[in-house]
Design a protein around this ligand. Structure first.
Ligand code: UTP
Length: 408
């Protein structure tokens, strides 16, 4: 794109300030900035008009889960089937590690967080240990795909190398990088991060499958014969990965997807709940639920909208390929965005000062024809580290590790 073309594109959208420092740049800086302006998706500005918040929903209805009791009764059958699938090489795992973890506030990748007290133990390491349990149980290596972002890719890869993949087989670990999205002020002006660079942040965890495909890893998945991908978050230390019981249940029910869920601790718990939307599986956020939905119960006194998702999903690869070109909704999220101001000063705000744009893996659920809601015990499988202190913190995660007898 030429300077003239960039000026035209930007002035039509009231974004000329992005060229404020252009004349100060050397040739490569100029090229770099023009390239970013060429790539810049101005249609995002339309989303900002409404600010952060809700999207319109279809008709919502409750969706039950295979409960703990039912799973217990069928455990050995599910497990056998899942073990067979893992042994046949049909199951892969996808670790979503491209987020910035701003709530926790860490400069390095979140997975590098030291969770050990008595011994050296990192978040990444504990996740690998969890997966190694399945390797040990089945005698088969599960391919592990790790999504990073431009911001944390190099650190993540070198950390795994330095730590010798925490005992995992190196040729079964594949890294890929997700895309970025620009950040914008509350007034709808894109931020600069440097004189030759727009401010941007990872574009959410929804693009994981297309990023995996862009990285050429779909060929690898095919070559390995992987038919199912278990997607999970980096921050849950109790995360069971490629869990044969879960895999076996989804296979037996003939579903194209499965979601691990936990029963709500109380009706108003702030979790996304798996339900039906216009007859298809979907996740409704706690703030989208009416009072009636929050409190209504079935004839046995159980909440109708009872099962919260924990970001552990199993997807059929064939189905993912079919929906790959469909657009996920873009969420507008308030965020603290470091930026270069009009006087050339780099500002690191203490409070949110604009929006980032994200697509989310949970929206993929609504693209599935069905989804097995699979209940797990919160205390055994859900110990997320989101915040520095208090609820869902390192402290609360350590407490649950202790309860589960995990040495740390
Ligand atoms: P979170 O919702 O906790 O988002 O991510 P986050 O950006 O990491 O953290 P906050 O909100 O700034 O505190 C859930 C999972 O999705 C991954 C995260 O790494 C985590 O495993 N994720 C999130 C990505 O891989 N890419 C993203 O762009 C965002």
């Amino acid at each position: 794109m030429t300077l003239e073309e960039a000026r035209k594109k930007l002035s039509e959208a009231g974004q000329e300030h992005l060229l404020q420092y252009y004349d100060e740049l050397d040739e490569s800086g100029k090229k770099r900035l023009l390239h970013q302006i060429e790539e810049l998706d101005l249609s995002l500005l339309k989303l900002v008009e409404h600010g952060a918040g809700e999207t319109e929903r279809g008709e919502l209805a409750p969706l039950g889960a295979v409960t703990l009791e039912e799973i217990e009764n069928s455990r050995s059958r599910f497990e056998k089937r899942g073990v067979q699938a893992v042994q046949a090489g049909k199951v892969g795992a996808v670790l979503l590690a491209g987020g910035q973890g701003t709530r926790f506030g860490l400069d390095s990748p979140k997975g590098m967080l030291k969770i050990g007290v008595e011994k050296e133990l990192y978040l990444f390491e504990q996740l690998v240990h969890n997966l190694l349990d399945v390797v040990e149980q089945t005698g088969a290596w599960v391919p592990l795909f790790i999504m990073t972002s431009k911001i944390n890719h190099a650190d993540t890869v070198s950390f795994f190398k330095e730590k010798n993949y925490f005992g995992y087989r190196q040729d079964y670990v594949f890294f890929f990088v997700q895309k970025m999205a620009p950040s914008v002020s509350y007034e709808g002006k894109f931020y600069l991060r440097g004189k030759d660079e727009l401010a941007s942040s990872p574009n959410g965890n929804g693009g994981w499958f297309s990023s995996l495909a862009d990285a050429g890893l779909l060929d690898k998945i095919k070559a390995l014969g992987v038919e199912w991908l278990n997607v999970f978050a980096v921050d849950n230390v109790l995360q069971k990965i490629a869990d044969p019981v879960f895999v076996g249940a989804v296979l037996e029910q003939g579903c194209v997807c499965g979601a691990k869920v936990v029963a709500k601790a109380e009706p108003n718990e702030r979790v996304g709940v798996l339900c039906l939307e216009d007859g298809k599986p979907s996740i409704v956020e706690y703030y989208e639920m009416t009072d009636e939905m929050v409190h209504s119960r079935d004839e046995n006194g159980r909440l109708l909208y009872n099962f919260g998702v924990i970001l552990n999903y199993l997807f059929r690869v064939e189905t993912l390929e079919k929906i790959m070109d469909q657009n996920l909704p873009t969420h507008v999220v308030e965020k603290k965005i470091p930026y270069l101001d009009g006087n050339g000063k780099y500002i690191k705000p203490e409070e949110p000062n604009g929006y980032k744009f994200e697509t989310l893996v949970l929206d993929m659920i609504h693209m599935m024809d069905n989804c097995l809601s699979f209940e797990v015990e919160r205390e055994k499988e859900f110990a997320p580290i989101k915040n520095a202190t208090g609820v869902d913190s390192l402290e609360s995660a350590r407490e649950l590790m202790r309860k589960n007898g995990i040495p740390f």
